[in-house]
Write a protein that binds this ligand. Sequence first.
Ligand SMILES: *Cc1c(COP(=O)(O)O)cnc(C)c1O
Length: 412
Amino acid sequence: MAFLNEHFFKLKAGYLFPEIARRVKAFTEANPATAGRLIRCGIGDVTEPLPGAVVAALHKAVDEMSVRESFRGYGPEQGYDWLRAAIAQNDYRAHGLEVADDEIFVSDGSKCDCGNILDILGHKNRIAIPDPVYPVYVDTNVMAGHTGEANEQGAYAGLVYLPCVPDNGFVPAPPKEPVDLVYLCSPNNPTGAAATRAQLEAWVEYARRHEAILLFDAAYEAYITQPGYPHSIYEIPGARECAIEFRSFSKSGGFTGTRCAFTVVPKTLLAWDDKGERKPLHPLWLRRTTTKFNGVPYLVQRGAEALYSPEGKAQVRALVEHYLGNARILVEGAKKAGLTVFGGVNAPYIWVQTPPGLGSWQVFDKILTEAQVVITPGAGFGSKGEGFFRVSAFNSRANAEEVARRLQALKW
Ligand SMILES: *Cc1c(COP(=O)(O)O)cnc(C)c1O
């Protein structure tokens, strides 16, 4: 007799995007005449093709794989040395941050890393999670049995929720109570808010005082345009003793379908074992990676390496500028429509307040039926997301301009 993981039944199972897909399908089937006008600003996926430097590196790597002399089989599970060195040098040491090559673990995505990290952390940790939030942080903890049941609003017993609301600029301050693990995402999906240096200093101070660990998701780091917003948690003194950083090439290099990311685990980061000793996490993450993973494809790692070439860097900048240009257009459009708008400056998302009296799913339906634009209702990201909706700037310029025009034309 085999048993399954009971914790899966607690999940508010994949409610958000399937529900969006269901409503879009129902609308397009009922309205075939306008269905062709549909513009999707829902799911956070890039739209523009891979940078030329990446494409060239991929082609070259395919040619290498096609001859015996340069063919590669299994590579190092934690990534090829040349990619780890390029990352540590360009993303950290070039900015004066101390990160060694072997503290970089190359992976097939930050989504996986954010979930997998729980393998090396204990089950007794008190866990703090922002609300609204990237659903992966919550759901992976539910699956791991770190929570009780969810209540009516979808909040799970046992988690400490950190409300992200206009009053705190959508960046939570450390809670009064002690917790052991804290998820932070800056710039933020879904709110588009970035944490300031002072806000991150408060978190590092809190983490050190409580011997807690910060799980810092910097997937949108490339979108920071304003000074005073750290690109890495390691810009804060003391963070090497209390933080793991996740970064991804998905939103910077357009790698959502190509798959490559990395996790930084400093060798100076320690946590407690059951015998009351503090031990480094780095050997555990290495062991976990070499046991459960066989590495990112050679081709893909060559593609990622090309993002650090001079041409690659310029092309990434251009990509990011393109999406941020869309974000500016969307912010303007929503403002002209009389809506209250946040984000869109240091992130490819704009976070819009729903007009008084309207819930985020009602706004979703209105924008779908009257403007044929798909947005994401804030309620799908957590109870504090109710009263807001997210508009993604991942689109062509023409689509962003059209969405801005249609938002302005809406009557509330
Ligand atoms: C898109 C995104 C990621 C990146 O995930 P990948 O698996 O690397 O594609 C990570 N965190 C957040 C919050 C994201 O929105």
